[in-house]
Ligand binder design. Structure first.
Ligand SMILES: Cc1cc2nc3c(=O)[nH]c(=O)nc-3n(C[C@H](O)[C@H](O)[C@H](O)COP(=O)(O)OP(=O)(O)OC[C@H]3O[C@@H](n4cnc5c(N)ncnc54)[C@H](O)[C@@H]3O)c2cc1C
Length: 233
């Protein structure tokens, strides 16, 4: 499926969203990812011209799909992606992935643990929840290595406007790493009970591995854990 680049948005230092117009409408669920293949690389890259990125838009945002990428100048792929011009076309394939919200879990409380760029599927879940008026309680703990959080304004607005959306920004350069005590404290502030909640953890492997230990310490049952590791970091 050809995807035409229609917009680029700087979301935070080193992170951009790319908005694509597909040649045909794409059906996907919040949390799924897509393969993005560049027609040619401007710089060598041992991992080639394809990467998979979560679709950061929500299916309710009709017409375009977006991906949000942590750009590193060391990556030939990402440098080339960043140099694409509006109107350029690439090849997309998908959707793929099983990080999706089960319909019969819509009555539960969902606690999202995002590590850095792992925020992308949660943006899609929250936007979908709001647009569809599902009113699913979604509590986001968003850990980042500095205060430049991706989607910060949007998340703050949603938290103000919808009482079923709560967001806690966690800057590890100031507060240290997210550990079980901090997670427990935040959950306690929100008056949530561990047993009634589904925990979602997404981010680079360093983050998801650490969160696995945190959730084990908190004795969260494995049935109530969903995880996606952003491999490649
Ligand atoms: C299901 C799934 C969903 C994903 N969704 C997203 C998403 O929404 N957004 C996203 O950005 N990624 C996402 N990823 C990760 C993505 O697919 C890439 O693997 C990842 O972004 C790494 O890209 P890259 O290979 O271009 O390398 P990069 O890590 O960007 O870097 C390229 C090169 O730089 C080198 N390098 C790395 N760090 C340093 C450093 N500190 N100093 C010097 N050199 C360094 C590395 O050796 C590497 O060769 C997802 C992965 C999975 C599995």
């Amino acid at each position: 499926m050809k995807l035409k680049l229609v917009k680029k948005v700087q979301e935070a230092r080193g992170t951009k969203s790319f908005f694509w117009e597909p040649e045909k409408p794409i059906e996907y669920l919040p949390g799924q990812f897509y393969y993005f293949t560049l027609p040619k690389l401007n710089y060598p890259d041992p991992r080639g011209s394809t990467r998979h990125f979560t679709i950061s838009s929500s299916p309710t945002e009709k017409g375009l799909i977006s991906c949000t990428v942590r750009i590193r100048q060391e990556s030939g792929y990402k440098k080339t992606l960043d140099e694409l011009k509006i109107g350029d076309k690439i090849e997309g394939e998908g959707p793929n992935g099983t990080l999706i919200l089960d319909e019969n879990e819509q009555n539960k409380t969902h606690i999202f643990l995002a590590g850095g760029i792992g925020i992308t599927p949660f943006r899609s879940f929250i936007k979908y929840n709001i647009d569809k008026q599902l009113k699913i309680p979604m509590y986001l703990i968003y850990s980042n290595s500095d205060s430049d959080f991706v989607f910060k304004k949007e998340l703050e607005t949603w938290q103000k406007e919808y009482d079923y959306i709560k967001v806690e920004f966690f800057d590890t350069s100031k507060s240290g790493h997210l550990d079980s005590e901090k997670v427990l404290e935040l959950i306690g502030n929100w008056k949530l009970e561990i047993g009634n909640s589904v925990f979602w953890t997404v981010g680079p492997p360093g983050f998801t591995n650490a969160m696995e230990e945190v959730l084990e310490k908190l004795k969260v049952k494995s049935d109530n854990i969903r995880e996606e590791k952003f491999t490649g970091y």
